[in-house]
Design a protein around this ligand. Structure first.
Ligand code: IMP
Ligand code: MG
Length: 178
């Protein structure tokens, strides 16, 4: 385990099972649809790569990047689009792939953004969710695990751009950021 990690919250093996279960649900729900997976950079890349390999339906992929202002462990609700998708999304069944939902501000912005673009449908798939922290209610269609209010790292998730490469999800030691 990494020295900055308090403990492992979700092991590599547990993540594999989680991803397979979500992929099975998506494969069932998106039969005969025009699935476009849209990953949020950068946190979703590890989850997205593992998830797409498990899908049994055809899909396209794309990425968007947003910045939210605030401290490095909390967002403040102001969201800014830095990189848009690179293909037309009209008529597509967009599935947003996110690493973690905290306040809900980021996804609330992105949902509205895609709804305004004339997509056929837009749903949300997140590896993790912290329901206690929600400020904006948003519909979460696929979720790997609901977790307590702790700052987590690994499997794509960062603190100050570090730890994304850890193969598990771990709780960051408070001494690292306080
Ligand atoms: P929201 O807009 O407050 O829902 O923030 C979501 C974003 O905050 C995620 O995409 C993550 O980048 C980041 N975030 C929230 N909680 C954590 C965490 O525990 N670890 C790492 N990043 C987090
Ligand atoms: Mg992040």
């Amino acid at each position: 385990m990494h020295k900055d990690c308090e403990r492992v919250l979700i092991s590599e093996e547990e993540l594999k099972i989680m991803v397979k279960n979500i992929a099975a649900q998506i494969s069932e729900d998106y039969k005969g649809k025009n699935l476009l997976l849209v990953g949020l950079l950068k946190g979703s890349v590890v989850f997205m790569a593992d998830l797409m390999k498990e899908l049994e339906v055809d899909c396209k992929i794309d990425f968007i990047c947003v910045s939210s202002y605030g401290s490095s462990t909390e967002s403040n609700g102001r969201v800014n689009l830095i990189k848009d998708v690179s293909q037309p999304v009209e008529g597509m069944d967009v599935l947003i792939v996110e690493d973690i939902i905290d306040s809900g501000n980021t996804l609330s912005f992105i949902l509205k953004y895609f709804e305004a673009k004339g997509v056929n449908s837009v749903k949300i798939c997140t590896l993790l969710s912290k329901p206690e922290r929600r400020v904006v209610e948003i519909p979460v269609d696929y979720v790997g695990a609901e977790i307590p209010d702790e700052f987590v790292i690994g499997y794509g998730l960062d603190y100050a751009e570090n730890y994304r490469n850890l193969p598990y999800v771990g709780i960051l030691k408070r001494s690292v950021y306080s």
